[in-house]
Design a protein around this ligand. Structure first.
Ligand code: HPA
Length: 237
């Protein structure tokens, strides 16, 4: 028995779920990185898998693009499938000039042009922030591996093709590192449901350099970042 958009058996998901946008990336992570991964859901081809990493049971599932799609899956995972920790494994467009293709961005907080958190919070401004225990784990593991990560704010937009030509300049002036489409919604949901969430993003687009990562790079080129996240989640407290 599953939920509306996830046809997994009870207990099929681990406590910790990695959330790439692309279900093909979920399949790639399951088949190339996880031990003994099994497919646990396939509704609309939004594939989810559960397997192992260094003795930890862990799941990985695609979310689709944008806050509404991601929130359908993450909310059902938390409400109906027992999930307590989410790490979004995404891509983003660089706003800070020092970021290069492949740079890792860890979202300590997320601004947004979406109204989802205002709808949750009586039209007040919700502080969409990462969960400290996950952020701390990630940073400890990154330091141990001497892995450079960029920690700061991201902007989660409902528009990939944003109609405001000045937006990127404004985001740069206010110190945002990157733009993407899901994190503020994930952090708001985690706040409401009392669970943990973190977004770790690879820069896939540089606006001063048309082209960005190829589809294949987007799908498979994120393995280092995924290993960092898996090691962080599996590390002892
Ligand atoms: N904009 C919004 N979201 C994104 C981008 C972008 O350029 N690149 C990857 N996700």
């Amino acid at each position: 028995m599953g939920s509306a958009h996830i046809n997994a058996d009870p207990g099929a998901f681990a406590d910790t779920v990695l959330l790439p946008g692309d279900p093909c990336r979920a399949q790639h992570i399951a088949s190339t990185l996880l031990d003994d991964a099994v497919e646990v859901t396939d509704v609309r081809n939004m594939l989810g898998f559960t397997g192992g990493w260094r003795g930890m049971r862990v799941s990985v599932m695609g979310t689709g693009m944008g806050i509404p799609s991601m929130l359908i899956y993450a909310t059902e995972l938390a409400r109906h499938h027992g999930v307590r920790r989410f790490v979004r494994l995404g891509t983003c467009g660089a706003i800070a000039p020092e970021l290069d293709l492949g740079s890792i961005v860890v979202a300590i907080g997320a601004g947004t042009d979406s109204r989802v958190n205002r709808i949750r919070f009586r039209d007040y401004d919700f502080p969409a922030t990462a969960s400290w225990p996950l952020l701390e784990r990630l940073m400890r593991t990154a330091r141990e591996r001497k892995q450079a990560v960029n920690v700061g704010n991201v902007f989660s937009s409902d528009h990939f093709y944003h109609p405001d030509p000045e937006l990127r300049k404004t985001l740069a002036r206010l110190g945002f590192l990157a733009i993407e489409m899901e994190t503020a919604g994930l952090y708001g949901m985690a706040g409401e449901l009392g669970i943990q969430a973190l977004a770790v993003l690879a820069v896939s687009d540089k606006f001063d350099r048309p082209g960005g990562m190829s589809t294949e790079q987007r799908e498979t080129g994120l393995d280092d970042m995924t290993r960092l996240v898996l090691d962080a989640m599996a590390a002892d407290e």
